[in-house]
Design a protein around this ligand. Structure first.
Ligand code: FES
Length: 113
């Protein structure tokens, strides 16, 4: 596995679509990108409930709905209304030269900012 300690380009800006999830996998990372409101977000492709993948989730009105047991997560905060101890895990994102770059060594909970 490579060690990433700076901004890493993982997608082109025009690959990101509101309401759709874009999966990026490399070197053991499995991440999802989407746009919510005017913000591009990146989070782990891991459901905080039982750790199953989220890439087949539905996205509806700002919520991510896990396909396995139906838990919902607010995409802007990561919060799960049914289980307050659960949260999506985000990575910092920036746009640069038509690419989306992510800091892979800076995962965090409680929203993308
Ligand atoms: S694994 Fe996602 S809700 Fe159970």
């Amino acid at each position: 596995m490579k060690y990433y300690n700076s901004w890493t380009p993982i997608a082109k800006l025009d690959e990101i679509t509101k309401g759709k999830l874009l999966l990026w996998e490399e070197d053991g990372y499995s991440l999802l990108l989407t746009q919510i409101a005017d913000q591009i977000i990146c989070f782990e492709n891991v459901c905080p409930h039982l750790g199953w993948p989220l890439d087949m989730s539905a996205v509806e009105e700002g919520l991510l709905i896990c396909p396995h047991h139906g838990f919902e997560f607010d995409l802007l905060s990561g919060a799960c209304p049914l289980a307050s101890e659960l949260s999506l895990r985000y990575f910092p994102v920036r746009e640069r030269d038509q690419y989306i770059e992510v800091q892979l060594n800076k995962v965090r909970v409680n929203g993308p900012d």
